[in-house]
Design a binder for this molecule. Structure first.
Ligand code: G3I
Length: 375
């Protein structure tokens, strides 16, 4: 039997929990008490990870264990890209994508679809289309087939990926060439009709750069003026130890929010390696020669750099928490250092350390520094 004081205490606790409106737990089962990233930020935003085939097919048991313990959102790193999911006009490969979505539902994870329209990792047959009516049919069929199949199961779609140049103009692509700039409207409109409840995102890198930021804001406003649904901007977050600055990140989060959309930090990682030609962003077509000076930590990351990385991650997460009303999700681009794309970009076969878990799936100092925000 509980005393009146205990009962009063329970009621107060329930009231506090309800008042806090636990964002990230809307799609997540009862909170566990275990310390984890998802619990640390459960009142702020989802904490996600991009997952590869090994994790989707549950062949990487350590990664699966980390995923279930630490994260409450997933993004498919590669398998939903056009070349994989729709390799020829009449062929869709849904097998692995179905497994991805099942994994999300089975574990009650906020599930992201990545990505419907992107100039890169496109199937060759699409690049041969030169007629606008044909391209319209193809784009609509692609989006309808995929969004419909996962209606109610995918929570958020990256509808268009990386459509802008650094100066904020539209990037050359087969879609722009054949359809003109209205292809973005067509893509968002089609996705919204196919699943009116799913979150629709424009996703890109270098979104802290003022000119590109202005381009995204123009795009968001244009869609909104035409009553076309767009819910969020995905700031990818392929960053380094120095840049972008916290001020640049903050200004951008506020600017996107002011334009009337949520911000998803959609592909976070922080490279610790030297950058050839001071390259910024995530342009996958850029590649450079490897050399010892470009791969300075082949065995392990020195403590001095671990500390800088830890401080950088903590500062960034403090900022994210400060803007928790604007940010709905923070997704790391991978689970652990060993599986990061940054070991092979922009130079093949280097040893990078961009995430919170090391090659042995152990938490790094950067993880501890982020978890300190629990206190
Ligand atoms: O699967 C093949 C494998 O069979 C082959 O032996 C190997 C040899 O290179 O290549 C493997 O495919 C690679 C694939 O990743 C899986 O590892 C491709 O070459 C490689 O190009 C591909 O890179 C992906 C890249 O997008 C291009 O699609 C990265 O994993 C993925 O992390 C990266 O993700 C992008 C986002 O989608 C959009 N934003 C930028 C981000 C980072 O570039």
């Amino acid at each position: 039997m509980k005393s009146p004081i205990q009962i009063f205490g329970c009621i107060c606790l329930l009231a506090v929990v309800a008042a806090c409106g636990n964002k990230a737990s809307e799609n997540v089962e009862a909170e566990h008490v275990d310390p984890s990233l998802k619990n640390t930020f459960s009142y702020d935003f989802f904490v996600g990870a991009a997952i590869n085939n090994g994790v989707i097919e549950e062949k990487d048991s350590l990664a699966t264990a980390l995923l279930k313990k630490e994260f409450n959102s997933i993004t498919p790193e590669n398998i939903m890209k056009w070349m994989h999911i729709h390799p020829s006009p009449d062929k869709f490969n849904f097998e692995i994508a179905d497994k991805y979505v099942d994994l999300g539902k089975k574990n009650n994870l906020h599930t992201v679809g990545h990505t419907l329209v992107w100039h890169s990792q496109l199937a060759d047959w699409v690049t041969e289309v030169n007629d606008s009516s044909a391209m319209t049919v193809i784009l609509k069929n692609h989006i309808n087939s995929i969004v419909n199949r996962y209606k109610g199961k995918i929570d958020s779609w990256d509808v268009v990926n990386e459509a802008l140049n650094e100066d904020g103009t539209l990037r050359e692509s087969i879609f722009l060439e054949v359809l003109g700039d209205s292809y973005l409207e067509l893509a968002f409109e089609t996705a919204a009709k196919a699943d009116p409840d799913v979150q629709l995102v424009y996703n890109d890198y270098n979104l802290t750069n003022p000119e590109k930021r202005a381009g995204v804001i123009r795009l968001v406003k244009k869609l909104k003026e035409k009553n076309i649904k767009i819910d969020a901007v995905g700031m990818q977050g392929h960053w380094n130890l120095e840049g972008p600055t916290l001020e640049e990140i903050e200004t951008s989060i506020i600017a996107y929010h002011d334009a009337g959309v949520k911000v998803s930090i959609s592909e976070l990682d922080i490279t610790v390696l030297p950058n050839p030609w001071d390259l910024e962003g995530a342009e996958v077509s850029q590649n450079f020669e490897n050399s010892p000076s470009m791969n300075p930590y082949p065995e392990s990351l020195p403590d001095s750099v671990q500390n800088i990385l830890a401080k950088r991650y903590q500062d960034i997460f403090k900022l994210f928490r400060k803007h928790r009303d604007k940010i709905d999700r923070v997704t790391f681009w991978g689970i652990n250092d060993g599986s990061s794309w940054l070991n092979n970009w922009p130079i093949d076969d280097r040893t990078n350390y961009p995430l919170l878990f090391d090659r042995n799936y152990r938490p790094k100092k950067a993880y501890e520094s982020v978890m300190e925000l629990n206190k």
